[in-house]
Design a protein around this ligand. Sequence first.
Ligand code: HBI
Ligand code: FE
Length: 284
Amino acid sequence: MADNFSDDDPRRYLRDQGFDAYTAEDHATWSTLAQRQRAVLKGRVCDAFIEGLDALGISDEGIPDFRVMNERLKATTGWEVVAVPGLVPDIVFFKMLADRMFPAGYWIRRPDQIDYIEEPDIFHDVFGHVPLIMQQRYADYLEAYGKAGLVAAEHGALHRLARLYWYTVEFGLARTPQGLRIVGAGIASSPSETVFSLESASPNRIGFKLARVMRTLYRIDDFQETYFVLDHPDAWPELDIDALLPLWRELDALEDLAPEAVLLSDHVLTRGSGEYHAAKRAAA
Ligand code: HBI
Ligand code: FE
């Protein structure tokens, strides 16, 4: 066992994917999820996402083998997917990203959990996150995010980094000449949020600004009330530590913003009706 490593040492959390241990049922669960998701993503996710799936051999046929994916990923952006047992501590997560390792759960949900799981499984982590890591700018952004996270941890700014990840890597949208497209893994691995994020009248869709996002609280239990929109599917923010430190100090003097807040200074692409979450609150 890897028990000689300290809690914040990434090596403590590294596992073998155990590819040969997946059952026929596991592979069938993957196929169901991947087929459904590829169909709903057509015309909704950014092109680079589909290109990444194809280039990595992430298919509908069954759970991908990390050894095969990693050959292609390493050759293209120098990244590697590593198997972990579940959520790793924030510091470990940041260290892994800073080292161009993307932690992915290796377990897959049971058939009775097909539409909802509490913790990310291999389908969310690999199908949702890994395709865009074939893009150099995205790969660089994730590495910069990890490095910024390690600094944030020393400056009481972990929450700012978590909000940034949430509203870009997990729930980001982007403008394209063909219209809005999905870039976030939390959306791209969920059939219902794939449709909701782009087509519902309920959520706000607001132009991405780093400081704005770092002030904004988020919901982890339901669809987002606001999606932030990059100018382009490859327009990931620069994370310059020398600029982040003074920014965090400025933001500490300001109130946090509610997930549904809209400011006069926002570039509002869609002002949401809020109807979806209002109905839920009324029913509760
Ligand atoms: N661990 N395996 C795993 N996957 C994540 O996405 C993850 C994590 N630990 C912490 C974390 N995410 C986030 O809270 C960070 O963005 C702060
Ligand atoms: Fe995720």
